[in-house]
Design a protein around this ligand. Structure first.
Ligand code: DGJ
Length: 707
């Protein structure tokens, strides 16, 4: 067969199988069913530019220097200085309606590659992996093996990538397409704050609602590399894969390397792209509990008490949390033996006898009696040099002795690939989960990896796979326990960790102003039900900024809601407002966490917002956030996308009282009874709300009127 196609709901891919290595000759909007694919014979005939090879080499699914491709190859490695330049030939194809497998052989280099592509025909998300097999008799030193090489059409000329740091995650950066290669490398040993493995490309000016865009993500919680390239001949490609250290993967005879999975999707506008990725995650990535059980409203002790654990205070906080409607109480850092501050005790996972003379049971019993479930913080991969564990087993820490064992937050990283270490951690956590009704672990990870070696060799890859194995083992033993992925906030967020975790602590910043950008960036790839959002203190602990409760509450409202503040400091009115916020959130969880999440595009650049539209479009909630004073000259009209065009909707403020507190001008008359307009008018003509204060927000609810 010369061509093969995969079709989703909205998109098609066509593979040209005539050459030595398959080529993806089309990836874009859905093609007509009966299209004669042989037309590509003529359509994609390539003129030969001057001063290139006599038989010019184009971009394939496995670009290889050995055939004369000058761009970035998909595979890099060598066998004692040989076999570094490859030329594979397609040996076998397994061509299904939703999946293709290509087996390619380079007989001279004694290597076999399998490319596995799976198209989810509901969401149009494509998953791709690569398997490399050493069929030779000597070791093969692998340097780079792209999980996937995706071709990009010639019209794309703008890239959106992410940048971040602690308390400032998921910032987006847009830039023109490079000539040559743009390489984003992450060597921090976790997905990282700095370089999230994701990108969106399109034609300059693409936005939430328009422009054909291609989105990419690598599901891997360790080192990674993204290569975006435009060759001087005009080929455009993006490769994603694991960033390997020298000597990290040496394949012995018969051994194989399985790359992480790369995910990709083509859509019209970034909202459609996000809806596709969210739908894919709900169906194929997230543990089933996330969709099955409403996401419980949480209380987290961190910013209320830090390391200062006192049973009486914690019980008082639990009682107050329960009275507000909280459903799960999470005891954060500070509960275990010797943990007086962040300088010690990681690894000694038994309750501190001074703070908890009778263990955790009295607190957990109290929490349960208040009608809440109990969750516990842990940072299993870490060890403090000042800990009993380290004194017993200094050899358990990753190291490249005699290089310095550099600490981060005063801690070192345990070598999880050592069975004794994994067994120890499993036993400690298992013992806690067996002894107590703990339904939730906040799994933290507070430092990047440096000098991460075992026996002098790089340990990054094994560390990640051993972490997955440890969590999987624990989940097998305790299938109902939910896990939060936290790494100083959002430094470990990706599709692979999320196959085994249920919530993300996306940032240590509870500052609701900072959170506008962080949550918006997060929502590009990840759905709101796993987005940990806490109402923090009035004075933000990470920024010192002072923000009112309405703004903090509305900012957290759409995600997996939580509270993280000293509840003893709340005033009467604040208690009532928080109670109302939580009750209204609970009443709308299905919509917020199961609908289509759309980012709004307000005309005022100082405004931000999102919508959650029910899948049947009978109702929707929109959040309008005024970040700063409205920009001069900007229109304050807002449009509400995503509703059924012909259906009339009644639109009203959702949180009673907030709409007037927010306003600096008289409120529109329709606030009381709601306005009535069709989905088409709301999306195209839009509406005005009262002129809002800076750092304020409001929620609108649209409900279809019975006709
Ligand atoms: C970093 C986390 O992101 C915080 O929420 C908190 O759990 C601290 N670690 C505890 O040390």
């Amino acid at each position: 067969m010369a061509y093969h196609r995969l079709d989703g709901q909205r998109t098609s891919l066509v593979f040209d199988l005539r050459g030595a290595v398959p080529v993806c000759c089309y990836w874009g909007s859905r093609l007509a069913d009966d299209l004669p694919l042989s037309a590509f014979d003529q359509l994609h005939w390539q003129p030969k530019p001057p001063a290139v090879l006599d038989a010019p080499v184009g971009l394939t699914l496995l670009p290889e220097n050995g055939r004369g491709w000058w761009g970035q190859p998909a595979l890099r490695g060598s066998r004692a200085g040989r076999h570094w330049s490859n030329a594979f030939t397609l040996a076998e194809s397994d061509l299904g309606a939703a999946a293709v497998r290509f087996t390619l052989v380079d007989a001279a280099a004694q290597l076999t590659v399998q490319l596995r592509l799976d198209l989810d025909r509901v969401t149009d998300v494509l998953r791709q992996r690569c398997v490399l097999i050493n069929t030779g008799t000597r070791d093969y030193h692998l340097e780079w093996c792209a999980a996937a090489t995706f071709p990009l059409p010639p019209e794309v000329n703008e890239i959106l990538m992410f940048e971040g740091r602690w308390a400032k995650e998921f910032g987006v950066r847009r830039q023109p397409f490079p000539t040559g290669a743009l390489i984003q490398d992450n060597t921090r040993g976790r997905t990282s704050h700095a370089a999230f493995p994701g990108a969106v490309v399109g034609r300059q000016g693409f936005d939430e609602s328009g422009g054909t865009v291609y989105g990419f993500h690598l599901g891997w919680s360790g080192n990674h590399r993204t290569i975006v390239e435009r060759t001087s001949e005009g080929w455009r490609q993006i490769q994603l894969g694991e960033r390997l250290m020298p000597g990290e993967v040496i394949l012995g005879p018969g051994q194989r390397y399985l790359s992480p999975s790369a995910y990709a999707c083509c859509a019209e506008g970034m909202n459609e792209l996000s809806v596709a990725f969210h739908g894919y995650m709900r169906a194929h990535i997230l543990p089933t509990q996330v969709a099955r059980t409403p996401r419980p409203v949480q209380y987290n002790t961190w910013e209320a008490v830090y390391f200062d654990h006192d049973l009486t205070v914690l019980k008082a906080l639990a009682s107050r949390a329960a009275a507000l409607g909280v459903e799960r109480f999470v005891l954060d850092d500070g509960w275990f033996s010797g943990r007086t501050d962040d300088g010690r005790a990681l690894g000694d996972w038994t309750p501190d006898p001074m703070k908890y003379p009778q263990g955790l049971a009295p607190l957990i019993d109290h929490v349960n009696r208040c009608g809440m479930t109990f969750g516990l913080w842990a940072e299993p991969e870490m060890v403090s040099p000042d800990s009993d564990l380290y004194r017993r087993h200094p050899e358990w820490a990753l190291n490249l002795d005699p290089l310095p064992r550099a600490t981060g937050r005063h801690q070192l990283v345990l070598d999880l690939s050592l069975p004794a270490v994994s067994d120890y951690l499993f036993d400690r956590l298992h013992a806690l989960l067996v002894a107590h009704p703990i339904v939730y672990l906040k799994w933290d990870m507070n430092r990047d990896l440096t000098t991460a070696g075992h026996d002098g060799r790089p340990a990054h890859h094994d560390q990640v796979t051993s972490l997955y194995a440890l969590i999987d083992r624990l989940r097998q033993a305790h299938p109902d326990v939910e896990i939060e992925t936290c790494a100083s906030g959002g430094a470990r967020v990706d599709f692979e960790i999320l196959k085994r975790t249920h919530r993300v602590w996306i940032s240590d910043s509870n500052d609701a102003l900072e959170r506008q950008q962080i949550q918006r960036g997060f929502s590009l790839f990840f759905p709101p039900e796993i987005m940990g959002c806490h109402v923090g203190p009035t004075h933000s602990h990470t920024s010192g900024r002072t923000l009112g409760l309405d703004f903090r509450g509305i900012t957290a409202f759409g995600g997996h809601l939580g509270l993280e503040l000293d509840l003893r400091t709340l005033r009467r009115g604040e208690i009532d407002d928080l109670k109302a916020l939580i009750a209204i959130h609970k009443a709308h969880r299905d919509l917020l966490h199961g609908g289509r999440h759309l980012r709004l595009m307000p005309l005022d650049p100082q405004r931000s917002g999102w919508g959650a539209v029910a899948l049947d479009r009978r109702e929707a909630i929109y959040a309008l956030m005024q970040v700063e004073t409205p920009a001069p000259g900007a229109s304050l009209r807002v449009t509400l996308p995503g509703l059924a065009p012909q259906t009339p909707y009644r639109v009203k403020p959702l949180l009673p009282g907030v709409e007037t507190r927010t306003a600096r001008t008289p409120t529109p008359p329709w606030y009381a009874e709601g306005l009535l307009a069709t989905g088409e008018l709301l999306a195209k003509a839009g509406l005005h709300v009262a002129l809002p204060n800076p750092a304020s927000g409001m929620l609108l609810k649209a409900v279809a009127e019975e006709t």
